[in-house]
Ligand binder design. Structure first.
Ligand code: GLC
Length: 715
C-alpha cells in the first residue's frame, strides 16, 4: 500500500465520529463574518468549503474569492481543531478565472488540444493564485441537445473530442506533479448522462441504454479516470429511472469497478436532498443519506443531508462504520495525494497576465469557424466602409460566456472597438433596419456587417430554450441587410448551436464565433482581417430546424436507407415530408481563406489479423494535403471509421483521428495516421471492449461528410 494510503488510515484511526461526519460535508461560509465562519469550521470540521453561494452559480454574481479569508479559515482547521485536516476550497473554474477563455463548446471547435491544455494551465495559475485549490471542472457531458443550455459547458457531440478535452483540461489543472502547491484538483462532471436530459429540459429524466452509455456518455469519463482525475461529481439526473446520485451501479460498479476511479465523489448541489424532495426515490433525508453514501457518494455538496443524518444512521445500524470510513478515507487520501497536508495555505504565486491574454485570444481565434465565404469576400483589407448592425456589434461581455464567475470586465472590448483597433482605416457607419432599406444610407458602403448573438444568461444552467433559431428582430435586420443589395458579412456569437434554416442563404460570408471569452471581440477582428486564418471546425452539428432534433453525425443507421445527414436516402423514403433530414452544417465542418486538396489516401494493408492488432500492431493510413489557394491556411484532415457489420449496430461514422497542418500557398505535405485496436472496437453493455472481424470503411476528409474512402478487413 503506498505512502498516502497508509498515512490516511493512520489519520482516520484518530478521528471521532463527528470529525468523520464533518469530513464528508461541504459547506459554504459567510464571507462578511469571518469570525463566525471560523467558529463554524471549528464546530463542523468540514471536508470542503464551496466558494459559491447560489444554486445557479453559472450566471449569477458570486462573492469574490479573498485569499486572506481562506487562509484564516484554513488556519482554524489545521491549527485549532483536533483532527487538523486541511479544508479543500472549491470553485466553478470552468473555462477561465479573471481571464475568461472560450466556453468549452466553443474552444473544442479549435480541435487544438495542445493549446487547450496550455490554456487550462493558465487558468490554473490564475485560480490557484486566488486560493482556489479545487475546480469543479471539466464538464464532460456529451450532448445532442442544442435546446439544453448546458451544452455550452461541455465538449460537444463527439466522444473522441470529449476524451481529448478531458485529457487536456485535467492535465492543465492537475499538472504532472500533483504535490505541487500550485497544482489544482480537477472534477470530472456530471457523472453521468446529464447531457441526455429529455427534450433538452435541464434536470430532466434521461433514458440511456447501457450500450449507449458505454460508447457515448462514458468515454470522456473513462479518459478522465485514466488521466488520474482527483474527483468526480455525481449528476442531478436519473438514468432509466435511477438517480445517478443514488445509483450504486453507476457510482460504484461502473465508475470504480469498471473504470477504476480512485478519488472521491462529490454530489452536485443538493443532489442528495433531491433524492427525496424532487425525485420520488427516497423516503426522507435519512433514507437519502444512506442511499447516496452506500451508492458511492463521498461528499455532500451544501445540503447537510450527510451531516444531519449519518449519526442516527450509525446508531440505528442502517449504515456501517465501513460505509462512512470508506468515504472519509477517499477524501483524506486525495488531500494527501495533492499535498494539501504539507501545503494547506493558499499559493502565493504570480502569473503573466499578458501571456494569458494572448493565449485566450489565440484560442478564441482558432475556435472561429468560417461557414461561408462567397466570392472570397473575406478577409477584409481593413480599408473598407462597412455599414454595421445587429444586436452584438457593441457587445463584448456577453461573449465571456456562462460560468465566468471571476472574469475581469476591464479586459473585455466590444466588436466595434476591436474592429477599429485592428483596422484604424476602417470606416464603420451604423445602419438600422430602416436605413438599410433606404439604400441611401449605405450606398457608399462596401458591405453590410451583421453581428448577431445570444446573451450568456440564455445558456448554462437552467437556461433551456425551445426555439433555437434567430429571433424575429435578428431575422428582420438580416433580411433588411440582404435586401439592400450589398453583400452581407455575418458574425454569429451564439454559445449553443442554433438552427439557421433558410436564413443562412441571406449571408454572403459567415463566421460562427461561439462565445469566445474575454478576447472574443479581438479574435473576431483577427479572423475578419486575416491576421489569423479561419481554422475552427464544428464540434457539433448545426441543424436546419429544431424539429430535426436529435440530429448528430455519429448516429446509428436506420433499418432502411434514410440517412439524409449523409445524403444517403432511398428515393421512396425521406426523413420528413416537411423538412430536410440534413443539417445546415455537419460535424467537423469549417472553411479556410484558401483551398486544400487531400489525395493519395491509402492504407499499408487492406487486411489485418485482429490478433495482430491485439498484440499492438497498428495500421498506417497515408495521404497528402496540398494548399491549392493563394493564402496560408490550416487544414484539419479528419479520419472517420464505420464498422459495416457487428453484433451491435455501429455509427455511420466515428471520428478516430485528426491533425492540424498549416500550409503556405501551393505547399504540400505527406501525412499519415496510425490506427490501433481501440479504433475498431466498441464496448458491450457490461463495459467489456469488443473487436469483431469484418469489413470497416475509413473516410478521410475535411469534415464528417468526407468522401475519400478505403475499406480494410479484420480477419
Ligand atoms: C451547480 C452545477 C454544478 C456546479 C455546482 C456548484 O448546480 O450543476 O456544475 O459545479 O452546482 O456551483
Amino acid at each position: 500500500m503506498n505512502g498516502y494510503k497508509l498515512r490516511a488510515k493512520e489519520i482516520l484511526s484518530g478521528m471521532s465520529l463527528q470529525e468523520k461526519i464533518g469530513q464528508v460535508t461541504q459547506v459554504n461560509f459567510d464571507a462578511k463574518d469571518i469570525e463566525a465562519s471560523c467558529q463554524m469550521v471549528k464546530r463542523i470540521c468540514p471536508g470542503s468549503i464551496i466558494l459559491c453561494w447560489t444554486e445557479l452559480g453559472g450566471n449569477e454574481k458570486q462573492q469574490q474569492v479573498r485569499r486572506e479569508a481562506l487562509d484564516l479559515l484554513q488556519k482554524t482547521a489545521v491549527e485549532e481543531t483536533n483532527s487538523k485536516i486541511p479544508l479543500l476550497f472549491g470553485r466553478d473554474v470552468i473555462h477561465g478565472h479573471h481571464i475568461s477563455f472560450p466556453v468549452p463548446l466553443t474552444m473544442t471547435q479549435s480541435f487544438d488540444f495542445e493549446l487547450i491544455e496550455r490554456s487550462y494551465d493558465a487558468i490554473r495559475q490564475e485560480a490557484v493564485a486566488d486560493g482556489v485549490k479545487w475546480a469543479f471542472a471539466p464538464m464532460l457531458d456529451m450532448s445532442h441537445e442544442p435546446r439544453w443550455g448546458r451544452i455550452v459547458e461541455g465538449p460537444g457531440e463527439d466522444p473522441y473530442l470529449g476524451s481529448m478535452f478531458a485529457r487536456a483540461s485535467i492535465r492543465g489543472f492537475q499538472t504532472d506533479d500533483y504535490t505541487r502547491p500550485d497544482a489544482m484538483l480537477a472534477c470530472a462532471k456530471h457523472f453521468v448522462g446529464y447531457g441526455a436530459s429529455e427534450g433538452g429540459r435541464d434536470y430532466n429524466h434521461t433514458e440511456i441504454s447501457d450500450y449507449n452509455l458505454q460508447n457515448n456518455y462514458l468515454p470522456a469519463f473513462r479518459t478522465a479516470v485514466q488521466e488520474g482525475v482527483a474527483t468526480v461529481m455525481s449528476a442531478f439526473n436519473d438514468v432509466n429511472g435511477v438517480p445517478v446520485t443514488g445509483s450504486k451501479k453507476l457510482l460504484t460498479t461502473v465508475l470504480r469497478d469498471q473504470l477504476g476511479f480512485e478519488g472521491f465523489v462529490v454530489s452536485d448541489w443538493a443532489a442528495i436532498q433531491q433524492l427525496y424532495t424532487f425525485g420520488s426515490f427516497c423516503e426522507d433525508a435519512e433514507d437519502a443519506a444512506k442511499t447516496a453514501l452506500q451508492a458511492g457518494v463521498d461528499m455532500d455538496m451544501v445540503c447537510n443531508t450527510f451531516y444531519d443524518n449519518i449519526q442516527t444512521l450509525m446508531e440505528t445500524q442502517n449504515i456501517t462504520a465501513d460505509d462512512l470510513d470508506r468515504a472519509v478515507l477517499r477524501i483524506i487520501e486525495t488531500k494527501l495525494k495533492f499535498g494539501l497536508f504539507d501545503n494547506p495555505y493558499t499559493y502565493k504565486g504570480t502569473y503573466n497576465r499578458n501571456e494569458h491574454l494572448k493565449l485566450a485570444e489565440q484560442l478564441a481565434a482558432e475556435s472561429i469557424v468560417l461557414l461561408k465565404n462567397e466570392d472570397s469576400i473575406l478577409p477584409l483589407s481593413g480599408k473598407e466602409t462597412l455599414s454595421c448592425c445587429g444586436n452584438f456589434i457593441d457587445e463584448g461581455e456577453e461573449m465571456v460566456g456562462s460560468w465566468s464567475v471571476d472574469y475581469d470586465p476591464s479586459l473585455v472590448t466590444t466588436v466595434r472597438r476591436a474592429l477599429l483597433n485592428a483596422a484604424p482605416s476602417l470606416r464603420l457607419t451604423n445602419c438600422d433596419e430602416f436605413s438599410v432599406y433606404k439604400r441611401s444610407a449605405i450606398k457608399n458602403s462596401d458591405y453590410v456587417l451583421v453581428v448577431l448573438g445570444q446573451e450568456r444568461s440564455v445558456s448554462g444552467e437552467a437556461a433551456s430554450i425551445a426555439h433555437i433559431s434567430l429571433s424575429d428582430s435578428q431575422r428582420s435586420i438580416l433580411r433588411a441587410a440582404h435586401s439592400s443589395g450589398k453583400k452581407v458579412i455575418g458574425v454569429l456569437c451564439f454559445a449553443r448551436p442554433i438552427a439557421l434554416g433558410e436564413d443562412k442563404e441571406l449571408f454572403d460570408a459567415l463566421l460562427w464565433c461561439g462565445h469566445g471569452g474575454t478576447k472574443a471581440a479581438d479574435a473576431i477582428a483577427d479572423v475578419l482581417f486575416g491576421k489569423v486564418s479561419p481554422q475552427g471546425r464544428l464540434s457539433f452539428t448545426l441543424p436546419h430546424d429544431v424539429g430535426q432534433l436529435p440530429l448528430y453525425y455519429n448516429s446509428l443507421p436506420g433499418s432502411r436507407r434514410i440517412n439524409e445527414y449523409y445524403n444517403d436516402v432511398d428515393p421512396e423514403h425521406s426523413n420528413y415530408y416537411d423538412c430536410t433530414g440534413a443539417p445546415d452544417y455537419p460535424f467537423g465542418y469549417g472553411l479556410s481563406y484558401t483551398k486544400f486538396d487531400i489525395s493519395d489516401f491509402s492504407c499499408d494493408c487492406s487486411e489485418i489479423k485482429t490478433a495482430d492488432l491485439k498484440s499492438g500492431k497498428k495500421l498506417r493510413v497515408s495521404f497528402k494535403v496540398i494548399n491549392t489557394g493563394e493564402k496560408e491556411g490550416v487544414c484539419l484532415p479528419q479520419l472517420y471509421i464505420r464498422d459495416l457489420k457487428a453484433s451491435r449496430i455501429r455509427p455511420l461514422r466515428s471520428l478516430i483521428r485528426f491533425c492540424r497542418v498549416s500550409l503556405l500557398p501551393l505547399e504540400s505535405k505527406a501525412l499519415y495516421f496510425d490506427i490501433d485496436l481501440e479504433c475498431f472496437g466498441f464496448y458491450s453493455e457490461l463495459g467489456e471492449f469488443i473487436v469483431e472481424n469484418g469489413e470497416f470503411e475509413l473516410y478521410l476528409g475535411e469534415n464528417s461528410l468526407a468522401e475519400n474512402k478505403i475499406t480494410v478487413k479484420l480477419i
